[in-house]
Design a protein around this ligand. Structure first.
Ligand code: SF4
Length: 396
């Protein structure tokens, strides 16, 4: 497909409607989303006083047949039932290391459950308690858009020197695209290694879908300049860039971001420094570049947890990541002053869709022998995505 072929307004128009409104309603379908929106099921009432007892009873009945994964950003009411907690890649690997577990209940979001399905055995079923639990960042790069962008690079004659590097927070389709074109997946912990490897394989990188992680890693860790990075807008012909811009860029950053980490601003950093003298500012690399530049420490969720655990008693910290995690770590370390970087509430709304009623419903359905909300990735997609994940595991 040529650039002009893809230039019709229908393709590049901003999508009508808001997926978020559909998510909040929990109804209808969102064709632009990598996840489902409707979550059918006879959910127990949130006010049911027996929810905790019901979850415990169902879990006990299922025994080793079920393995519950809890992402760091999940609610406490759900995390208390998790067999393990962690970030998305750690959880997917934990699931793969439990081949005896027939059912993997993934308390996280849709792309994480897909990754778990890709990495676990065929006889294991991965269930997502609420199909509407998705990731707005993953939704910002659809397979169709990315294929169109690749067509643009091919038409310019540069695709052969571009290596795709996709963040773990992407759909199985995007991971498969990455595997198909000889690229790698990365996490926020190994993005530097992934980019270093990619620049050994080619001359340019197409980084999907989080512009901030791509830019922050390229500039802060690889020593590239901001001018080496261009932003590809999938809603504009040729990404809104000129042929020369695309040819000369070292990093072609996809125009995606995390709706949670993207909320933090440099003003938040300045304000907290004034409010709490001596505070250490610790942020996730999904934050904007100016936020990361003004912070004292930058790193993945696991890095954030370890840094706070190792911090001196009495030390002061303002943390720029999801609020459930910040609150949990603050409660675990009352000897340190740990505050949220922003003054306003900042949960991941889609992650928070998974609550105790959804978990109870999922577990009780398993007890009844009727698994719900199974996530399966088509075999050809899974094979290509697996290749990209394997490449990440093989990074030097
Ligand atoms: S915190 Fe951001 S990247 Fe993580 S699931 Fe939520 S929207 Fe996606």
């Amino acid at each position: 497909m040529t650039t002009t072929d893809t230039g019709s307004p229908a393709v590049f128009a901003e999508p009508a409607g808001t997926p978020l409104s559909l998510l909040l309603l929990g109804q209808a379908a969102d064709p632009r989303s990598e996840r489902g929106v409707e979550c059918p099921g006879d959910l127990p009432a949130p006010s049911d006083p027996d929810l905790v007892a019901r979850a415990l009873a169902a879990k006990e009945k299922l025994g080793d047949r079920v393995f519950i994964l809890g992402h760091h950003y999940q609610r406490d009411e759900v995390v208390q039932f998790a067999d393990v907690t962690g970030d998305s890649f750690k959880l997917a690997r934990d699931a793969a290391n439990r081949p005896d577990a027939e059912y993997i209940v993934f308390c996280g979001v849709h792309f994480m459950a897909e990754s778990a399905d890709i990495l676990t055995a065929d006889n294991q079923q991965v269930l997502l308690p609420d199909l509407a639990a998705g990731c707005s960042m993953a939704d910002m790069a659809t397979a169709e858009q990315v294929e169109q962008a690749w067509d643009v690079l091919e038409d310019l004659g540069i695709a052969s020197r571009v290596i795709p590097v996709s963040y773990m927070n992407s759909s199985a389709d995007i991971k498969a695209f990455t595997g198909k074109h000889g690229g790698t997946i990365c996490t926020s912990s190994n993005a530097e290694r992934a980019l270093t490897w990619a620049f050994e394989q080619g001359e340019q990188v197409l980084f999907l879908p989080d512009q901030h992680l791509g830019r922050n890693t390229a500039v802060r860790q690889l020593g590239l300049s901001l001018d080496d990075c261009v932003l590809y807008n999938p809603y504009k012909p040729m990404g809104g860039l000129t042929a020369d811009q695309l040819r000369n860029a070292k990093m072609i950053l996809w125009r995606g971001h995390c709706s949670v980490h993207g909320r933090f601003t440099k003003e938040c950093v300045d304000e907290v420094r004034e409010r709490i003298p001596g505070v250490n500012v610790l942020v996730h690399p999904e934050c904007r570049h100016d936020v990361v530049e003004s912070a004292d420490f930058v790193g993945s969720t696991e890095y954030i947890i370890k840094t706070l655990e190792a911090a001196e008693p009495g030390s002061k910290w303002a943390v720029g990541t999801e609020l459930n995690l910040v609150r949990r770590v603050a409660n675990a370390h009352p000897d340190k002053q740990i505050v949220f970087l922003d003054k306003s509430v900042c949960y991941c709304s889609t992650m928070n869709r998974i609550d105790l009623p959804h978990l109870v419903w999922t577990l009780e359905s398993l007890v009844a022998g009727k698994p719900v909300n199974r996530i399966t990735v088509a075999p050809d997609t899974a094979a290509l995505a697996h290749a990209a994940l394997e490449q990440m595991l093989a990074l030097p």
